[in-house]
Design a protein. Structure first.
Length: 166
């Protein structure tokens, strides 16, 4: 691909990611920390916890994009609290951290080749020996963000009736 095609593709990917980040951030506008911690449905999901999780997933996959499975796994995941907004955490703090991650992702992607691939970590959900390109990493981050923005919309509507779209 030419540099122009790659830069246009990256701009499109980042624009799509920004749209879904915006939907996710919209769902928490005007909420208190207590509301953001609530788990108002049958699931254990909270709005603050979703923002925290999406940020952690984005950071993890961007480590993979930069340095493969070894760098991805260099930071241990907090499986117990990864979806929970803890008492000491604030919604404003989680949003600021998410914005910082978004900016870092955009800076990193400006210097990465979308065609670069790395072998995936060994895990039961990955095909043995499979690789993933930086492009697929960005697509995964978009999908993850969009999926959880939908979850967040349901949670917010349950809390106070606000809908992201509609």
């Amino acid at each position: 691909m030419s540099a122009t095609t790659t830069s246009t593709e990256l701009a499109d990917l980042l624009s799509t990611l920004a749209t879904h980040r915006g939907f996710l951030r919209f769902t928490v506008q005007g909420l208190s920390d207590e509301q953001a911690r609530r788990t108002p449905t049958a699931s254990a999901l909270s709005l603050g916890g979703l923002i925290k999780h999406v940020r952690a997933v984005e950071e993890s996959w961007m480590r993979f994009a930069v340095g493969g499975a070894e760098l991805m796994e260099s930071v241990e995941a907090d499986w117990e609290n990864g979806f929970r907004m803890l008492e000491h955490e604030t919604l404003a703090g989680l949003l600021a951290d998410y914005e910082e991650t978004a900016a870092k992702t955009e800076r990193l992607l400006a210097d990465l080749d979308l065609d670069t691939s790395h072998p995936l970590p060994v895990a039961p959900w990955f095909e043995p020996g499979a690789s993933r390109s930086v492009r697929r990493v960005v697509l995964h981050i978009i999908a993850e963000t969009a999926q959880h923005a939908g979850h967040a919309d349901i949670l917010r509507e349950t809390i106070d009736g606000q809908k992201t779209m509609g």
